[in-house]
Design a protein around this ligand. Structure first.
Ligand code: FAD
Length: 288
């Protein structure tokens, strides 16, 4: 795999996809078919693989990301969180990734495990993504990404404070930042402007989720503190029981959103695919 910072440095719009590791062997097979299908039709620049709550998918994240690199020849980005692991355990997870040829890690704090109210620091572990980023920078030779939040992280006490922590990620060694999903480009553009003014110079990549299901997107946005514009909901509500119509509306909206982002200087688009290829493929086909 290539270092992702080098891909962004090429100056061409970078298109990447996010998958989560399936729970079963059958699911893993389906996912590899989806990835192969995407490779053939749209040639993703890289594919990222999430890290499940509580570190429960550690081995599956590893196997999916290495399979994507080895079998499909697509650069992989392994997500990694601070949840439920000491620094020694994190050290060995990243060492294994490096040994397998994975050169990119998205360093996250992670969400509290199901049922827990607050994030708890694991014994000998890290409390913030910045600590994990500094640790990776010091102990490993990987390209490092971090998360950022155009509408602020739900636990942040202010937008200013949240932006300071985003800057701290760059200072600790992050090479790029990927945003939480959003549906109003103005949120991203305003965030980038504030970030540049605060001294953040690394790429800030918009994370986009084409809507395919109304109830699901309402649940997701509520969970991650992103807003769903009333105007978009007004278009979705009348068709919400017609999956094909929801999909078409979601795709059309995402195309408009991505076009504007790229026109206004976004370095690429990171698609939250939910392991499905149709919506993302349609959006990308229209963009290219
Ligand atoms: P942090 O940057 O640590 O921020 C968490 C909170 O602490 C924020 O409120 C921030 O303002 C505050 N903060 C940050 N630094 C400090 C500091 N030094 N001192 C005090 N306060 C601080 N979750 C998963 O479990 N697995 C995944 O694979 C995954 N992938 C993701 C990919 C992307 C692109 C994004 C945007 C999110 C992803 N998440 C994933 C969700 C993420 O784990 C949650 O949003 C989590 O609550 C915060 O993670 P973070 O890395 O942004 O944390």
């Amino acid at each position: 795999g290539q270092r992702i910072a080098e891909i962004y440095a090429s100056g061409k719009p970078v298109f990447s996809f996010e998958f989560f590791p399936p729970k079963t062997d059958q699911g893993a097979e389906n996912l590899m078919r989806t990835a192969a299908d995407l490779k053939e039709s749209v040639e993703p620049d890289f594919i990222s693989v999430t890290y499940g709550a509580g570190g429960t998918t550690r081995d599956r994240t590893h196997s999916v990301v290495t399979q994507i690199q080895d079998d499909l020849g697509i650069t992989g980005l392994a997500h990694l969180t601070c949840v439920g692991a000491s620094s020694e355990e994190i050290q060995s997870v990243v060492q294994r990734l490096e040994d397998a040829g994975v050169r990119n890690v998205l360093a996250l704090r992670g969400d509290p495990p199901e049922g827990a109210e607050r994030f708890e620091v694991h014994e000998g572990g890290f409390g913030h993504a910045t600590d994990l980023i500094a640790f990776l920078q010091e102990n490993h030779d990987v390209c490092i990404g971090g998360a950022c939040y155009p509408e602020s992280h739900p636990e942040a006490t202010s937008a200013e404070e949240d932006l300071r922590f985003a800057k701290a990620k760059q200072d600790a060694g992050a090479d790029f930042l990927t945003t939480q999903l959003f549906f109003d480009d103005r949120l991203y553009l305003a965030f980038v402007e504030r970030a540049r003014a605060a001294g953040i110079t690394i790429p800030i990549v918009p994370g986009i989720m084409p809507i395919t299901n109304v109830a699901q997107i309402q649940r997701f946005t509520k969970m991650c503190g992103a807003s769903l514009p009333e105007k978009l909901l007004d278009r979705l509500r009348p068709v919400q029981d017609d999956p094909a119509a929801v999909m078409a509306t979601g795709i059309e909206f995402a195309i408009t959103q991505c076009r504007e982002l790229l026109e206004k200087g976004a370095p690429g688009i990171h698609f939250y695919t939910l392991n499905k290829s149709h919506a993302t493929r349609s959006v990308l086909a229209a963009l290219r």
